[in-house]
Design a protein around this ligand. Structure first.
Ligand SMILES: [Zn+2]
Ligand SMILES: [Zn+2]
Length: 151
């Protein structure tokens, strides 16, 4: 006999910025949870890496007043960072090479303790003081799993 288990898509993960202006809800399991040591992430976070959980935009809702900053990544993609204009919390990033996905800053979730980072990317820019578990799948740069984007 099958006991109906909780649909994983009914898991909701609320979060928000430091000052409370921005609130969001992500739903379901993230596509991937990754630590990124790229230079952009170090400047954005002011720390050795960011930790992002990728969700489909259809599984993510945001409310509040947010600001955006768009840059061109080393791979040539337009990357848009969404942050709170009042307190500066980095909420999420979008990449035009990965349509339909947002990468949520995991530390802004109300309770992120159940998430399990699986990968480390841009490890070639990891600083010696930022110690990571060597049991994680580690890539020197961005692994080639994202859609091709030649233009
Ligand atoms: Zn804020
Ligand atoms: Zn990065």
């Amino acid at each position: 006999m099958d006991t109906p288990s909780l649909d994983s898509n009914s898991d909701t993960h609320p979060g928000g910025c430091l000052c409370g202006n921005i609130r969001y809800v992500a739903t379901g399991h993230p596509v991937v949870v990754a630590h990124c040591h790229c230079e952009d992430c170090q400047r954005l976070s002011g720390a050795g890496h960011t930790t992002g959980a990728m969700f489909a935009t259809t599984h993510f809702e945001i409310s509040g007043n947010f600001a955006e900053y768009t840059l061109v990544s080393s791979a040539g993609n337009q990357v848009t960072k969404v942050f709170c204009p009042t307190c500066g919390s980095p909420i999420l990033g979008k990449n035009d090479g990965m349509e339909g996905l947002v990468t949520v800053s995991l530390g802004t979730m109300d309770d992120s303790s159940g998430f399990d980072p699986e990968v480390v990317i841009f490890a070639n820019n990891r600083k010696p003081w930022d110690i990571m578990s060597d049991t994680l799948a580690t890539f020197p740069e961005q692994p080639k799993w994202s859609p091709e984007n030649t233009r």
